[in-house]
Design a protein around this ligand. Structure first.
Ligand code: PEP
Length: 248
C-alpha cells in the first residue's frame, strides 16, 4: 500500500498566539488537500489557539517538544498529557536545535520517543549529520547510530506508525538544500535500517521526511524520490510557500 505523504511545518520560536492565528487563516484556503497529511508543529503557547483555528479542517497540530515525565516539579516543561488534551497529534523529537542548544542526547531522546508512544502521540524523530561528518564520509554510520539509539524498546507496530525526518544540519535554515540524490540516499538507508531492526512490512509503512531548506521551488523534485514521503519545513512554513509544498 502506498504511504500517505506528510508535510509538517516546524514554526520554531517564531509566532505569537495572535500571529499564529493570522498565519493559520492565511494558509487555510491554500492547504486544503485530501491526499496529504498536513501538520503545523507550533510553539507550546500557540497550540491551543492553533488547535481551535484548524478544528474541522484537514490540518493537524504538532508540538515542537515535550518532557519525559507525566507531571510534577519540572518548572517550565510541558507534559505529553497536556499536549494530548490540547489536541496535539504529533511531536517533533530530536530536532538538531534541541540536540545542540539544549544538549538533548540519544538516551534522553529515546525516553521521549517511548513516552510519546505511551501517550498516543506520533513522534517525528529527527536525525542528521553535520557538514564535517558528511565530508568525513560518516553520514550513514552517524544516522544509523542516532536511529538505533532513539528507537530502543520501540515495537515494530509503533515504528510503523511513526515519522522519521532526515535533516542534514548543514541544510537547516541555510538555504543550502541537499540534492534529491543525497536526500534519497540517506532516506533509503534509513528504510533499510528499519527493515534490519524490524522487518520489511515496518520499513514499508514508516514515513520518512526530508527537511532542510525545502521550499516551493525544490519540493516537487525532492518529493518525487521513492523513499521521501514528505517534508519537515522550517522557514518556508511561515508563509504561503508552505501551501505550494503541500500541493507539490
Ligand atoms: C527545520 O528546522 O526543521 C528545517 C527544516 O528548517 P528549514 O526548512 O528552515 O531549513
Amino acid at each position: 500500500m502506498a504511504r500517505r505523504r506528510i508535510i509538517a511545518g516546524n514554526w520554531k520560536m517564531n509566532k505569537t498566539p495572535s500571529e499564529a492565528k493570522e498565519l493559520v487563516a492565511l494558509l487555510a484556503p491554500l492547504v486544503k488537500n485530501d491526499d496529504v497529511d498536513v501538520v503545523y508543529c507550533v510553539p507550546a503557547i500557540d497550540i491551543v489557539p492553533v488547535a481551535e483555528a484548524v478544528a474541522g479542517t484537514n490540518v493537524m497540530v504538532g508540538a515542537e517538544n515535550m518532557y519525559i515525565e507525566d507531571k510534577g516539579a519540572f518548572t517550565g516543561e510541558i507534559s505529553p498529557d497536556m499536549l494530548v488534551d490540547a489536541g496535539v497529534k504529533f511531536v517533533i523529537i530530536g530536532h538538531s536545535e534541541r540536540r545542540e542548544y539544549f544538549k538533548e542526547d540519544d538516551t534522553f531522546l529515546n525516553k521521549k520517543v517511548l513516552k510519546a508512544f505511551e501517550k498516543g502521540l506520533t513522534p517525528i524523530l529527527c536525525c542528521g549529520e553535520t557538514l564535517e561528518q558528511r565530508e568525513a564520509g560518516v553520514t550513514l554510520d552517524w544516522i544509523r547510530l542516532q536511529i538505533k539509539s532513539d528507537l530502543q524498546g520501540v515495537s515494530a507496530e509503533q515504528a510503523a506508525s511513526m515519522v522519521i525526518a532526515y535533516e542534514p544540519i548543514w541544510a537547516i535554515g541555510t538555504g543550502r538544500t541537499a540534492t534529491s540524490e543525497q536526500a534519497e540516499e540517506v532516506c533509503k538507508a534509513i528504510r533499510e535500517l528499519i527493515c534490519e531492526i524490524y522487518d520489511e512490512a515496518t520499513a514499508e509503512a514508516i514515513r520518512i521526511q526530508y527537511g532542510g531548506s525545502m521550499n516551493a521551488g525544490n519540493a516537487a523534485e525532492l518529493l518525487s524520490m521513492p523513499n521521501i514521503d514528505g517534508g519537515l519545513i522550517g522557514g518556508a512554513s511561515l508563509k504561503a510557500d508552505f501551501a505550494q509544498i503541500v500541493n507539490a
